[in-house]
Design a protein around this ligand. Sequence first.
Ligand code: HEM
Length: 422
Amino acid sequence: MSALLLGFDLPALLLGVAAALIVTLVLKSWGQTPANLPPFPGRRVPIFGHLLVLGSEAREKLLEIRKTTGDIFSMYFGGTLIIVLSGLDVLKEALVKQGDVFVDRPVGGFSRTLKIQNGIIGTSGSIWKENRFATFHILKGFGLGKDVMSQKIVEEINLYLKYLEGLSGEATNVQDITTCAASNVTCKIVFGKRFEYDDTKFIGLLLSLNEYMTLIGGGNFHTLFPFVKYLPGDLSKTKRLVQLDREISGEMRHFIKEIREQERDGLASSNLVTSYIERMEEKQKSAEHTELSLYHLDRIAFDLFVGGTETSSTTLLWFYLYMIHFPDIQEKVYEEIVREIGTDRCPTGQDKVGLPYTNAVIYETQRLASISPLGVIHRCNKETTIAGYTIPKDVPIITHLDAVMRDDKIWGDANVFDQRDF
Ligand code: HEM
């Protein structure tokens, strides 16, 4: 109405805006391509770049592309140039030999949508370095990779087994309680507390986390076309993703607040949050410049909770599935544990050396399940060369771990669970 009053024809105006948007997108998606890049899989299309090549089966398609382009290739996702490292040697070259050059994370994508500038997983430079160092130092102090940590896991396993026994053989979907048990190990270390398997509020948080991981893991339209978040509705699920991020972050802040209140009352148990704050205050008192802050702690709690929950529980669920499908392997694992340890106690990390078969079955589960097929995106912080190709500064790097986990040259028939004895 107001458009008409001002002398505009509304449909023509909308058409004009849409045309302007399309022209902007085409221009944006058609910048000059740098020289000597790794090969591209097919033709680049305006607006979409090489996205249409991926189709709906992107995971399988990426493996196929590697067969034609080789272990390193380039793609335009919309107007964004991305380089995919798709073989063991190129991944080692980038992440190990040139680790300092490939250590950073991209500034756009999810970090921009979710406004992440703190914590570990989404940061780079001195913020990442000091916060990562402090976090892993504290975790090591709590026994990461040592027997103290094993003890915490064994305590949780005993409660988990007791809960399952309590079901008296009744069929149950183990997904929720397995996720809760896996998360409890992280929560015990980070917040000094665990949650009961029937705690509906906590289960609700884990369901939100599951949805969050699905949205993040599936990639998201908005990271390529940020304007979609301004469209009505939520076709791209961007608004839902932001809402879930806020919800989970809010819970993390709530747990941290509880710990600080307990601390004031002299009741706090040992946990990562308290140790981080102590370390931060020491640095602040010494007037030394520090990147440790409560702002970063909020997101570190988030990173550990999110990073430690779905990954561990999904791996466990794949392990169950493989053991159901391969009862002979299950029997051999059981025999080895009974022979080496007996049935009076759970195995711990210390027993690893005496359980080579069990260990191999766990590794094979991790390989074939390949639960992090594209890893977490890196960024190349200065122009460099990999396998003779130029990798421009600031280009996002996909670490195509799936290609290594499913490489026939390394594993033989990589798509099946290796059942050979060794
Ligand atoms: C089976 C279990 C797990 C898998 C498969 C897994 C996988 C990964 C992968 C692929 C990365 C990206 C590494 C890179 O930057 O290239 C990563 C990073 C990370 N993971 Fe895990 N993870 C697992 C368990 C955990 C646990 C239990 C925690 C914490 C309690 C955790 C916390 C983190 C953190 C904080 C990062 C970021 C590290 C950094 O930016 O330097 N993860 N994980």
